[in-house]
Design a protein around this ligand. Sequence first.
Ligand SMILES: [Fe+2]
Length: 187
Amino acid sequence: MDHLTVTWATQLAETELGTTLSRRWAHSQGVAARAAELEPVMGKDAGLLTAAGVLHDVGYAPRLAETGFHPLDGARFLRDEHSADERLVRLVANHSCALLEAEERGLRDVLAGEFPLLDEPLLVDALVYCDMTTTPDGHRATAQDRVAEILGRYGPDSVVGRFIRRASPEIFGAVARVEMILAAQPR
Ligand SMILES: [Fe+2]
């Protein structure tokens, strides 16, 4: 996936989020910046990861919120309105352990049926890493602080709170795996 795709993805995310949800847009830009930093690790998939990073929360855009579950709404939008690349769509649909949140919402079969988890663990881990080390304002954070912030914002017994408590071992595992790969990179 090339530079043009990243430009397209960035413009599309800005169109959908930039005016209505400026904080989500700032977060999305931060996630894309983390993704761009992983270029030496991702090789030919660097552009795909950056495009997924900038678009992962597009489903929060009010006009796209059909089910209210943003990974599913965003993926459907990219598939149906933009015929986007299938790997990109499946990354957005499943970003940051979305299947576990889908379960909390009774949408697991819908999500898994329409958008199977990509069988490319490094890409899946890398998107978790980028999202979960970026604050809602787009700044860098540890995954521990990020999970704590989400728990505090939504409350531990909310749908998102229950989801993030169940997902946190997988989130921390994914972040640790990517950090190990980064640490092994020649400087
Ligand atoms: Fe995010």
